[in-house]
Design a protein around this ligand. Structure first.
Ligand code: IMP
Length: 203
């Protein structure tokens, strides 16, 4: 099997924001979200992005009988000792909305001065040929920025409205999808993942 010959790759995510971004970057490889197969999200019991990404990819490959890509990502804030980290999607509790999580983050950082609001998005992407794949391909991407004290912009998802992007002088939620994908943790991880898959195939 080669990556480029695979017609369908299942994406182990139901997050519409992520699906949009990943499909835009992998333009020539059709991906099918696991929701199309009625796959429910696996419980994220890992303590690292790598463990959770493998859990998600394995679950999707098992349920759909297809090669799978999974992403586990989150926001790491220095002033909060790395929180929300691997629990970024449920920072304000299980079932929390993006708005709930963002409100909690702003509250936790209330009064923290600008220079101490450094943070980064981290993304781990995993590709598994099948559920028993003993050698998943793993790539990581990091995007450095800072947390604003209020939300701005309408684009993206999650914490994008409070993530200041120094190289663009605006919040991530003010970037176009194309610019975000060219800079983001997810864009970098996916580029690296495709290169690693090609190198593995050529070896
Ligand atoms: P998970 O990878 O599905 O566990 O969730 C990752 C969570 O991290 C998302 O629900 C968002 O809250 C946050 N996150 C990850 N990537 C981004 C991004 O590109 N922009 C904004 N928030 C993000």
């Amino acid at each position: 099997m080669t990556f480029s010959s695979v017609n369908n790759i299942v994406l182990a995510s139901g997050n519409p924001g992520k699906i949009r971004e990943i499909q835009a970057i992998l333009e020539d490889h059709p991906i099918v979200p696991q929701s199309a197969f009625n796959v429910v999200d696996v419980e994220e019991t890992g303590t690292t992005f790598v463990e959770n990404a493998i859990l998600k990819a394995r679950n999707a490959a098992l349920r759909c009988k297809l090669p799978a890509i999974a992403d586990d990502s989150g926001l790491v804030v220095d002033a909060l000792d790395g929180a929300p980290g691997v629990i970024s999607a449920r920072y304000a509790g299980v079932g929390a909305s993006d708005q709930d999580n963002l409100d909690k983050l702003l509250l936790e950082l209330k009064g923290v001065p600008d220079e101490l609001r450094t943070a980064r998005f981290i993304c781990v992407m995993v590709f598994m040929e099948h559920a028993d794949d003993p050698c998943p391909v793993i790539a990581q991407g990091v995007w450095e920025g800072r947390i604003l004290d209020h939300a701005v912009g309408e684009n993206g998802f999650g914490y994008d409205p409070v993530f200041w992007v120094p190289e663009q002088g605006c919040a991530s939620a003010e970037l176009s999808a194309t610019v975000k994908n060219s800079l983001s943790h997810r864009g970098k991880a996916l580029k690296s993942l495709t290169e690693l898959i090609k190198a593995k195939e050529a070896a």
